[in-house]
Design a protein around this ligand. Sequence first.
Ligand SMILES: Nc1ncnc2c1ncn2[C@@H]1O[C@H](COP(=O)(O)OP(=O)(O)OP(=O)(O)O)[C@@H](O)[C@H]1O
Length: 287
Amino acid sequence: MSIKIENLTHIYNPSSPFETTALDNISFEVTEGEFIGLIGHTGSGKSTLIQHLNGLLKPTKGKILINQVDITSKDVKLQDIRKNVGLVFQYPEHQLFEETVYKDIAFGPANLGLNEEEIKARVVEAMDLVRLPFQELRDRSPFELSGGQRRRVAIAGVLAMKPNILILDEPTAGLDPKGRDEILEQIKSLHQQVQNTVILVSHSMEDIAKLVDRIIVMHKGKVSLIGKPTQVFKEVEVLESIGLGIPQITYLMKMLKENNIKLREDILTIEEAKAEIINWIRGNKNA
Ligand SMILES: Nc1ncnc2c1ncn2[C@@H]1O[C@H](COP(=O)(O)OP(=O)(O)OP(=O)(O)O)[C@@H](O)[C@H]1O
């Protein structure tokens, strides 16, 4: 499903001493099946923006079109939006409440009015997508699991709704490096399998550089940059002026180039850098 944001403004506590313009007239489009990284400093408006996409917040001004349907219109039911747009909040495991893993993941599909057989199929599939063993964990309490497993149960609960648009707000926050890599790897492989539209909110350029088709950089309620990772990372001055950087490996490639070691600058991962440096060394040996 596609998303089109038109002149979206959101003001908290309007006409009060606490008035805050969290989103300031922003516009952009996301095409069906795109994987978007949404990045920006704390307070830049990321959470406010994504809460508009599943109808949790209403715009002060502007429109949100999902597959050309304006979801801010009074005729659109919240339930229909939520069927299509799955939102995984920050620290989603805090919202687990059922006594078993199965019941927690089944909660959303049950609310969709599906029958028991279909609900079970959804739970099995969702647990498989986040690599949680169904037989071993189905009857366990989510509260007996590790932090990383609880996070995956919570993500599975949203995946079981089979949303066409999946939005994840800092899904790796608070996890150790292994847990973080596993979750990112699972989100990537899910996107490759089902080709859904994904918006991943992150503070880490490193994390999103490897995954996304395009990056949206937010600053003070506005879209500051939007483009492919390699395009966005060329804007080092803009990024630094708003307190963000480019991935360390991209810095290293730039520095090598400045020292007359001619390498590609659009390197995003250590693996790509390794291959490029080995090529360069081989080329010089043969010269
Ligand atoms: N419920 C609220 N009431 C009043 N102001 C709010 C509310 N939620 C957010 N804000 C303000 O709106 C602005 C944008 O906040 P928002 O949470 O959208 O930013 P963010 O980029 O998601 O930050 P973080 O990375 O910390 O989650 C901030 O100035 C924030 O203080």
